[in-house]
Ligand binder design. Structure first.
Ligand code: NAD
Length: 328
């Protein structure tokens, strides 16, 4: 099958080439948009990532160009209009789970960094500054952690935080019976936000979760609480979070995702003037840590993404059951 792979970097090409099961892959470094959809002419399938945009306008053009399949090399599918794709007869297949531990471990790396300020200590020591002033952290042992979303990544996060000796309270509209039997306590979203010293978001971006962290819900947070988002930027109303950081309501913020990330993340913009004033303000806070959507980025996850992407493509060609299909 001829597959146009968008948003490709060297690491994508390395793993896709290694695990290719015989497809003809053409790599495009740029993300798919309505402006460059012409590039898809003559391809039966596309392989897309988190910031490729397949909205209705793009999907209409894809259908006209003969595209029949979108292989998402990610779990989230908020960047694809699934209903429009169904109308166009374009199948969407995704990688529902790839090393959930990779993302959970990254969330914990952010918690540890923000708390114990190892990034600041690293820079200080390199400049011969061995002072401990302003580096004080807190014990994770006994700390109250709020877990929003207890799917694959939330479960992995729960196991690790339990190992640290944290007290965990979770919110998920579909509580997990196995976790409940293991002792996890569920509460309402409001209870979790009120109780926790650290809140970590592990739910998908849906119309009902869009801006779930906003001016109103931030009022529920404990003063000085830590918020970690490794899920999707749109879960957070960024301007409201900036106000909460300024007032001290939020004491720490760790973001691996950002609502306007498609203009920024994955690119080297070090020679450019930053046009996004919200992220510029976020970067200026001493208690904010931002990473560029790298939660998934481990060797194990890249291998699983490539393997599942090709098994999805093969199932489509063979007319087998499409286990990883995204339907409206
Ligand atoms: P999952 O589908 O296994 O779990 C999602 C959980 O969220 C489910 O248990 C679901 O019931 C719950 N949920 C649904 N609506 C909710 C709501 N309103 N409030 C709270 N919980 C709700 O997904 P996952 O594999 O655990 O991934 C979670 C999210 O992580 C994905 O949606 C994706 O956006 C993000 N992600 C980020 C990276 C990264 O690199 N940073 C990588 C993979 C996934």
């Amino acid at each position: 099958m001829r597959v146009a792979v968008f948003s490709t970097f060297s690491y994508d090409q390395e793993f896709l080439d290694q695990y290719n099961t015989g497809h003809e892959l053409l790599y495009f470094p740029q993300p798919l948009t309505s402006q460059n959809v012409i590039l898809t002419k003559g391809f039966e399938a596309l392989c897309l990532f988190v910031n490729d945009k397949a909205d209705r306008e793009v999907l209409v053009a894809l259908k006209a160009n003969g595209v029949r399949l979108i292989l998402l090399r990610c779990a989230g599918f908020n960047n694809v209009d699934v209903e429009a794709a169904a109308e166009m007869g374009i199948k969407i297949l995704r990688v529902p789970a790839y090393s959930p531990e990779a993302v959970a471990e990254h969330a914990i790396a952010m918690i540890l960094t923000l708390n114990r300020k190892t990034h600041k200590a690293y820079n200080r020591i390199r400049e011969g500054n061995f002072s401990l002033e302003k580096l004080m952290g807190f014990n994770l042992h006994g700390c109250k952690v709020g877990l929003i979303g207890t799917g694959n990544i939330g479960k992995a996060f729960y196991k690790i935080m339990k190992g640290f000796g944290c007290e965990i309270l979770a919110y998920d509209p579909f509580p997990d019976q196995v976790l409940t039997q293991q002792g996890l306590i569920y509460g309402s979203l409001e209870d979790v936000l009120r109780d926790a010293e650290i809140v970590s978001l592990h739910c998908p971006l849906l119309p009902e979760t869009s801006h779930m962290i906003n001016r109103e819900t931030l009022k529920l947070f404990r003063r000085g609480a830590m918020l970690i988002n490794t899920s999707r930027g749109g879960l957070i109303a960024t301007a409201d979070v900036i106000a909460a950081l300024k007032s001290g309501r939020l004491g720490y913020l760790g973001l691996d995702v950002y609502e306007q990330e498609s203009e920024l993340f994955f690119h080297d913009l070090s020679g450019d003037v930053l046009q996004d004033d919200l992220i510029a303000r976020l970067i200026s806070f001493p208690n904010v840590l931002i990473t560029s959507h790298q939660g998934f980025f481990t060797r194990e996850a890249m291998q699983q993404i490539a393997e599942t992407t090709f098994s999805n493509a093969d199932a489509f060609i063979l007319g087998s059951v499409l286990h990883n299909e995204v339907k409206p």
